[in-house]
Design a protein around this ligand. Structure first.
Ligand code: ADP
Ligand code: ZN
Length: 518
């Protein structure tokens, strides 16, 4: 019989004929004992990148994964394919855990899944040290970076573990969500050289991104769910209270709905999760506590009822739609006021000042996403450092309203920002342009500025949203975290000089919502 190869294992153990993009390269590197970072979209097939090498090496592959809920399923699936694997996490009692480690030591398993929290236990590293570990796979590797949106202190242990394990395992890190900065951070902490980054891109061509503004959210949601009442989807809320409220509202309207948040008893949460996974309930209303490790392929829509805290979280949560590759929708219901709750979360967090400023900056990007006139998919990919063409299917690409030349209005805003010498933020710029007569305007004598009251015929909220549009379009630049100041970019300066034009689709006029029967 011929020796096993990655290709033969793919076919015989997993039943697939061809590798997906990136898989073959990743496996080859790992088998050459070269540390590797795999960046692939959700559903791209990251698991095989370490499962196949695990089967081709003599020693053990340790998989660190925060997805405790998923571990048992993954291990069961491997066992069903005749692959000896096991897991150790908080759901396994200590005696059983010892027993499994013991078996691992005797070479009974090819893969051992562990929860990152284990790594912080003093004895655990020593126990691992007694095993012959050939490969250390770090799933959800962005959790190692403080710049990421899901930082886990226990992941920092991995740096030491990767260095100190006596068997010097090869390291493979995997993630579906990493900005350039986060990817660099992962590489540094796990000794993965840039040449070892395998990036197949983040694009999810089957997702249609939409931003819905200026609508009554409850009415929109009810309309949408009634129009799509045979489909499964997730509605994300910013708070537990909002989950409870929307759950009652939807339930009252006869929607097949379940709820999930961290404030519910565990048994109830688990029951609801199962109801959703097995399609006994079609819609899940939840906080972001729901979804990590949920592998439901037929989620047709993910709606965010409030704006999330950053674009990475948004993309990851929205990305739970359409894992099966079929067309699916990712909808953000946007209201500027919702940013307040996010700021509150940041203020209340126990990170240091640097951390908070970084969180504020990320929130700004999220706000720009909601206000950009550019392709939404492209906006997201650009944020992750990937160039792409307009997707042709997001709400901006499909926006057929005529673009209006708004160069003159843009010039008013830009010159106002110039007059304020980059020392003030959106609130002050809005007040000056609107000609507000408040304490701070008087204090700074801004009523004397030539730009004072230049846009007095507009509502303040529209001026503010126009400023967001200009920021999202790269004409203005917001600097600093909590109270960002506005400055004019190179592109903005071109507009001021009359060298570039600005156009905008007409402001959204609220579509009368389809009548909802009570
Ligand atoms: P990820 O972890 O990147 O989100 P998974 O590893 O869970 O993705 O894989 C997603 C799905 O794609 C799984 O059902 C997996 O069996 C399937 N898959 C992975 N690789 C291939 C392949 N080469 N050919 C066909 N299907 C594959
Ligand atoms: Zn688009």
């Amino acid at each position: 019989m011929a020796a096993a190869t990655p290709q033969s294992i793919l076919k015989e153990k997993f039943g697939y004929d061809d590798f997906r993009p990136g898989q073959g390269r990743a496996i080859k590197r790992v088998l050459n004992h070269e540390n590797t970072l795999v960046i692939m979209p959700t559903g791209g097939g990251k698991s095989l990148c370490y499962q196949i090498p695990a089967l081709l090496q003599d020693g053990l592959t340790v998989v660190v994964s925060p997805l405790i809920a998923l571990m048992k399923d993954q291990v069961d699936a491997l066992n069903a394919n005749g692959i000896p694997a096991t897991y150790i996490n908080s759901t396994v009692d200590p005696r059983e855990a010892d027993y499994r480690l013991d078996l691992a030591g005797r070479g009974e398993y090819k893969l051992l899944y562990v929860a990152p929290e284990r790594l912080e236990l003093s004895g655990f590293l020593q126990e691992l040290g007694g095993l012959r570990i050939d490969l250390l796979a770090v799933d959800e590797a962005h959790c190692i970076s403080q710049w990421g949106h899901a930082f886990r202190p226990s992941y920092l242990e991995l740096t030491r573990i990767a260095q100190e394990l006596p068997s010097h395992p090869t390291v493979i890190a995997l993630t579906a969500t990493a900005t350039t900065r986060v990817a660099e951070d992962i590489g540094q902490r796990l000794s993965i050289p840039p040449a070892g980054f395998i990036n197949t891109g983040f694009a999810r061509p089957n997702l249609s991104f939409q931003v819905v503004k200026g609508q009554d959210k409850d009415a929109y949601l009810l309309d949408y769910l009634k129009l799509n009442k045979d489909q499964s989807g997730i509605v994300y809320c910013a708070t537990r209270k909002e989950v409870e409220r929307l759950y009652l509202l939807l339930d009252r309207h006869g929607i097949s709905v379940a709820k999930y948040h961290a404030g519910m008893p565990e048994t109830e949460r688990n029951d609801n999760q199962e109801d959703f996974l097995f399609d006994r309930k079609l819609v899940m209303v939840a906080t972001n506590a729901f979804g990590m490790g949920i592998d439901k392929s037929n989620v047709r829509f993910v709606i965010h009822a409030q704006v999330p805290g950053d674009l990475e979280s948004y993309y990851q949560e929205a990305g739970r739609a359409g894992r099966d590759g079929l067309d699916s929708e990712a909808i953000l219901l946007y209201a500027p006021n919702d940013l307040g709750i996010r700021r509150f979360f940041i203020d209340q967090s126990d990170g240091d000042e640097d951390y908070k400023q970084n969180e504020y900056r990320k929130l700004q990007v999220m706000n720009q996403y909601a206000n950009t006139g550019d392709c939404l998919q492209q906006f997201i990919l650009r944020y992750f450092g990937q160039a792409s063409e307009p997707c042709g299917r997001c709400s901006n690409c499909l926006d057929t309203r005529e673009a209006v030349d708004v160069t003159e209005s843009a010039q008013k805003v830009l010159s106002c920002v110039v007059r304020l010498h980059g020392r003030f933020g959106k609130g002050m710029v809005t007040d000056v342009l609107a000609g507000s007569n408040n304490q701070r305007i008087r204090q700074f004598g801004f009523a004397e500025l030539s730009t004072y009251g230049l846009m007095a015929s507009m509502r303040k909220k529209d001026i503010a949203s126009f400023i967001d549009f200009l920021t999202a379009g790269g004409y203005l630049e917001a600097q600093g975290g909590q109270y960002p100041t506005l400055g004019v970019t190179q592109l903005g300066a071109d507009v001021l000089r009359g060298g570039a034009k600005v156009s905008r689709k007409q402001a959204v006029k609220a579509r009368a919502s389809v009548a909802v029967d009570d």
